[in-house]
Structures are given as structure tokens and as C-alpha cells.
Design a protein around this ligand. Structure first.
Ligand code: SF4
Length: 352
């Protein structure tokens, strides 16, 4: 009897160059084995313009599919094996709430520059573009935040308050000039709308959002791993809380973590690397470098939405594409120009 793995391989052969499958590093190996291109969200988005396939399957969460659809050429179709897989952090910053906050701040004489982490919805990116802002990734957050602060109008960083604080600390900024927003469903709370609230003077406003997976990692886990593995190196993703990052030897994007594992395997064979990020990636690095060093997760950290993409759902989607019945992801055309502007601004800022 044909296995799911074999059935996917057969459909890939049948669709040939008309199909390209992309997979995020946080997917499990059963899915990753079928992907033509793997990477973090920015790396995958950057590859879209070079893809000529008519059908682009994105094994990742919803905002990643939206970014792919934004960057795809006319005639290309983007599909998600699990359209219900939605990044919890991206949902913490709905576009309309961000618009209400920005409108209130601008009307009150604080025309702050919004800086959105790339892990956000297309609707949010569009609002940020309309208000003169840009997006950033965990790899270029320092450059982008510096640019935004240099405008001298204050910055609204959203949605990840931990990435904001970690980046601000790396830049040596004065934390007493930052303000953590509370917000309600409508936007700023009545207390925040009062001009005596500290937010009206702060350099940087932090949106109340985070990645629930990385937020779960703790200082106690770092200390326990250091005690259990004396001399180990500990690195973590900057979506972790600043108190955790302060105890690590390094912090950076998924790409940084992959490079760091390779560097350690090369330069310090026999050493142990402890990594604070999504477990699928850490386990894959462990297998990749097993011959030279030990790579361990700081703790179990599985993103339940990334886990919604399974071989079975990938197979169902490919069957639909082959039969011409699969539904491609659609985006609001009105949101595309301002959302694209945020990406262009980021590339311009980082090219200087
Ligand atoms: S790990 Fe966190 S940031 Fe990444 S997709 Fe899951 S919830 Fe979103």
C-alpha cells in the first residue's frame, strides 16, 4: 500500500516544475522532507520573486502565506496546507486596533513611526505603511529601530514587546523612556488617552504582544541547563523575555542560531549548545551536528500552529492542486500597495 510520503512524492513528480513547496524551519521533518526551499519567514519571502512555478505551497502559518501572496507574480497561486494555522503573536495586533491607536496618537500631537515585526498580518502591515512606518525582522531590528528613532517623533513597536525591549537594550537605549501600552479592544484606554499618561512623552511605545511559545522559556531553565552541562553555550531567539536573554551567551534570529550551531560544531567539537527556540529546529540542528557536538533544547517549545501542517494535509492539498480544485489564498488588493511599501522601506533602510 502506498504511504502518504510516497503519494506526496508521486504528486510532486506529476506536477513537476509547476509546483514549488516552501517550508519554515519550525516544521517537523516529515513535512520538511518534501520542501524544495526551507528557511525562516524572511528568507522564504525573499525567495518568492525568483520562483517561476505556477503553484506555490507554503508550509507555515497564515501571515507567511499572505507575504508570499503579496510578493507572488500575476498568475502564480499561493496555498497553505493548513489555512487554520495562524501565528498567535500576529493575531495580537489587529490592523484596525493599530489604526485606532495611531490615529489617536497623531491627532494628539504624537506622530510616532510604527515599526512592525514581520510576524504580522497583511492588514497590520498596510496600516503601518499608511502611517509612514516599516517592518523589521529579528535579524535587522536594531538597524530599523535606530532609523525610526532618528526621525525624532517617537516609535510604536508592535506586536512583540520582548523583541522591542531586547533590541532597545542592544542599542543601549534608556529604558525609562519606554512605555508599555495596555490598550483595550478599541485602542488606547481612557487613562492612556489622558495627556498626563507617560506614553505621551515616551521615546518608544511597546505594543502588548509576544510569542506565547518563546515567552514560556524561563531564567530557571537557563540556570538548570548551565548546571547540568557545565561550559555549555546558551543562545536564544530574541522573542524570549529580556530576563532570559540576559542569561544567555548570545541571541539572534533563526538564521543566527543555525550559523551559531555550525560555528560551534566547526570550532569547538565536543561542546554543548543549548538553544531557546522552537523545538523542531533545535532537534534538527542536533541531528545535523551529532557527529561533532551536542545541541539541546532549552525546554520543550512546540508551536501548535506550525504543528497543524502535517503530511496528510499536504497530501490533500496537492491532490486538490492536481485536480484543479484547491483554493488559493487571496489577499485584499487594497492592502497590497501600503503593505508592499513597508517591505520596500525596510530593504531601503537596511541597504544604507
Ligand atoms: S512560534 Fe510564535 S511567532 Fe512563530 S508562528 Fe508560532 S506563535 Fe507565531
Amino acid at each position: 500500500m502506498q504511504t502518504t510520503t510516497d503519494a506526496i512524492a508521486a504528486l510532486k513528480r506529476k506536477l513537476g516544475s509547476r509546483l514549488c513547496i516552501l517550508g519554515h524551519h519550525y516544521e517537523n521533518d516529515a513535512v520538511i522532507q518534501h520542501c524544495d526551499i526551507t528557511g525562516d519567514s524572511l528568507e522564504l519571502a525573499r525567495r518568492i520573486p525568483d520562483i517561476t512555478a505556477e503553484h506555490i505551497v507554503f508550509c507555515g502559518v497564515y501571515f507567511m502565506g499572505e507575504s508570499a501572496a503579496l510578493l507572488a507574480a500575476p498568475g502564480q497561486h499561493v496555498y497553505l496546507p493548513a489555512p487554520d494555522a495562524d501565528c498567535a503573536m500576529s493575531l495580537m495586533a489587529p490592523g484596525e486596533r493599530a489604526r485606532a491607536v495611531l490615529a489617536c496618537l497623531h491627532a494628539g500631537g504624537r506622530p510616532v513611526i510604527p515599526v512592525a515585526y514581520v510576524n504580522t498580518t497583511l492588514a497590520l502591515k498596510a496600516v503601518v505603511g499608511e502611517y509612514g512606518g516599516t517592518v523589521c525582522t529579528s535579524a535587522n531590528a536594531r538597524t530599523v529601530l535606530r532609523w525610526a528613532l532618528d526621525q525624532g517623533r517617537g516609535v510604536l513597536f508592535l506586536p512583540d514587546r520582548h523583541l522591542a525591549r531586547n533590541t532597545g537594550r542592544q542599542l543601549g537605549l534608556n529604558e525609562s523612556n519606554w512605555c508599555q501600552l495596555e490598550l483595550d479592544e478599541q485602542g488606547l484606554t481612557p487613562a492612556e488617552q489622558d495627556k498626563s499618561h507617560p506614553l505621551w512623552q515616551a521615546d518608544m511605545l511597546l505594543w502588548p504582544g509576544c510569542c506565547p511559545i518563546h515567552e514560556e522559556l524561563t531564567e530557571a531553565q537557563v540556570l538548570a541547563m548551565r548546571a547540568a552541562h557545565p561550559g555549555c553555550t546558551v543562545v536564544a531567539h530574541p522573542e524570549c523575555r529580556p530576563e532570559v536573554i540576559a542569561l544567555c551567551d548570545g541571541a539572534g534570529s533563526t538564521s543566527y542560531i543555525i550559523r551559531e550551531a555550525a560555528r560551534l560544531a566547526d570550532e569547538k567539537p565536543g561542546s554543548t549548545l543549548v538553544v531557546g527556540t522552537e523545538t523542531n529546529l533545535v532537534q534538527r540542528l542536533g541531528r545535523r551536528h551529532a557527529a561533532t557536538c551536542t545541541v539541546l533544547p532549552l525546554a520543550q517549545a512546540i508551536c501548535p500552529d506550525m504543528a497543524k501542517i502535517t503530511e496528510a494535509r499536504l497530501l490533500t492539498l496537492l491532490e486538490g492542486i492536481a485536480a484543479g480544485t484547491a483554493e488559493a489564498l487571496t489577499v485584499d488588493p487594497a492592502q497590497c500597495p501600503p503593505a508592499r511599501l513597508t517591505l520596500t522601506r525596510m530593504l531601503d533602510i537596511c541597504a544604507r
